[in-house]
Design a protein around this ligand. Structure first.
Ligand SMILES: Cc1cc2nc3c(=O)[nH]c(=O)nc-3n(C[C@H](O)[C@H](O)[C@H](O)COP(=O)(O)O)c2cc1C
Length: 183
């Protein structure tokens, strides 16, 4: 299901919620699941490097993910250790894989969350109402960050009218412990 979530943009697992810990408590936001790297159990999403989640992960690397598939009635609660990649090979490779049209997400002049006087996309004038050219999109590379997260545990829940099912998977290094749980 996670693999399908990466490749199918209309699949509910394409938009998980990523939870981080900030100084005032937990911060939740929807992100797009970009990759699942196996056998390393790594989930990948992208962010503006200036966003709150980047600071949160810098201060405390443990994160949580929430996935729910309403048709299959399956919930996954995943926790793991996240790393922010800005200037390394991993970030370069992920950046190379982004579509130019998606790079608009990293082109805002000011950091995400900056208060402004009127509704604004934050994009510079020369990019309004157009997709960036390859050259223009390269300017936003400095704002791009890939977040990788190594999965430590998965809490799996499947809802069924005649009785739900729940299981937990924990990895200690590469050793897996799995157990059924009362839902
Ligand atoms: C459907 C959907 C997909 C989103 N995908 C992403 C994403 O992949 N990466 C991202 O940084 N923000 C994404 N966002 C915006 C975030 O939810 C959030 O508003 C933004 O990242 C700022 O969060 P932060 O300040 O907590 O870092 C998405 C929002 C929606 C509604």
């Amino acid at each position: 299901m996670l693999k399908r979530g990466v490749t199918h943009s209309n699949d509910p697992f394409h938009w998980p919620v990523l939870g981080t810990t900030g100084k005032d408590g937990c911060n939740l936001r929807t992100v797009i699941l970009r990759q699942l790297l196996l056998p390393d159990r790594i989930l990948v999403c992208y962010s503006d490097a200036r966003a709150t989640k980047a600071q949160d992960i810098g201060n405390y690397s443990k994160v949580s993910w929430l996935f729910y598939h309403p048709e299959k009635k399956v919930q996954l609660r995943i926790s793991g250790q996240a790393t922010c990649h800005r200037d390394d090979q991993f970030a370069d490779d992920q950046w190379a894989a982004t579509k130019i049209t998606h790079r608009l997400d990293f082109c805002a002049t000011q950091p995400p969350g900056t208060p402004v006087h009127k509704p604004s996309s934050g994009l510079p004038d020369f990019l309004l109402k157009k997709t960036p050219t390859l050259l223009e999109s390269k300017r936003s590379r400095k704002n791009f960050m890939a977040i990788s997260c190594t999965i430590d545990s998965i809490d799996w829940l499947m809802l069924r009218a005649l009785g739900h099912r729940r299981a937990r998977f924990d990895w200690d290094e590469d050793r897996l412990r799995a157990t059924w749980l009362i839902p």
